[in-house]
Ligand binder design. Structure first.
Ligand code: ADP
Ligand code: MG
Length: 238
């Protein structure tokens, strides 16, 4: 449940090819982190997995099923963005329950699922508030809480911590690691932060200008970088 395969995936915007043939297998339950400098294509790759962008060529497979033509709502994924992307006019309860309600769940089912997820993230006391009445850290917890409500098999995170201050970044990172452990779901996590990558990942995918520079466990990349780009990025002393 929740494996991901990318086969020779490319993406062009107009004449510019920004993803240049990416092959990758992410195992069920794995925590896979995409790292690389700004503009290397991390978000574009994640958005293609989510179905928010079409692939120009190649295949995206979730659980062995080709999903190239499926809309995001049919891919059994949840995505957490840097910008939280909460609905400002809805309270936390309704922000969290909306997708499940739209998918046709009963009111009782939605209520129970929202309570379960709120408990996992200690959001019970915030359920009646609107986003404007929350701090940045609380908004991101709600965005994560919303992502887990439907128990997706694949979670996609795009730099979820970058709008938080240093202390909250550490606390939220620990929370995400705990959720990964408790839910056993597959997570694909984008960051340009080496520390986040090293601490969260089972495996790191280093991207450079739309290509995979190296894939490996954190200590493999640290001790045995394939080239100077990876060495410079993962920060192994030379
Ligand atoms: P990252 O997330 O690693 O910072 P992105 O995936 O956002 O990088 O962008 C990769 C490249 O694709 C960049 O050169 C960016 O300018 C370009 N790009 C991203 N989205 C679009 C778009 N909708 N139209 C044109 N170019 C885009
Ligand atoms: Mg990005």
């Amino acid at each position: 449940m929740g494996s991901l395969t990318l086969s020779n995936v490319t993406k062009s915007f107009g004449k510019t090819e920004v993803i240049k043939g990416v092959d990758l297998e992410v195992q069920d339950g794995e925590f896979c982190v995409f790292v690389g400098p700004s503009g290397c294509g991390k978000s574009t790759l994640l958005r293609m997995i989510a179905g928010l962008e079409d692939v120009t060529s190649g295949d995206v497979m979730i659980d062995g099923k080709r999903v190239n033509l499926l809309p995001p709502s049919k891919r059994e994924i949840a995505m957490v963005f840097q910008s939280y992307a909460l609905y400002p006019h809805l309270n936390v309860r309704d922000n969290m329950g909306l997708a499940m309600k739209r998918a046709g769940a009963s009111k009782a089912e939605v209520t129970q699922a929202v309570i379960n997820s709120a408990q996992m993230l200690s959001l019970e006391t915030l359920l009646d508030r609107r986003p404007a009445e929350l701090s940045g850290g609380q908004r991101q917890r709600v965005a994560i809480g919303r992502a887990i409500v439907r128990r997706p098999k694949l979670f996609l995170f795009d730099e979820p911590l970058s709008n938080l201050d240093a202390a909250l970044r550490v606390a939220t990172r620990i929370e995400i690691a705990r959720l990964h452990y408790e839910l056993g779901a597959t997570m694909v996590y984008v960051t340009h932060d080496q520390v986040e990558a090293m601490t969260l990942a089972d495996r790191i995918v280093v991207l450079n200008a739309g290509k995979v520079a190296q894939v490996g466990r954190p200590m493999e990349l640290y001790n045995d970088p394939a080239n100077t780009f990876v060495a410079g990025f993962i920060g192994s002393p030379q």
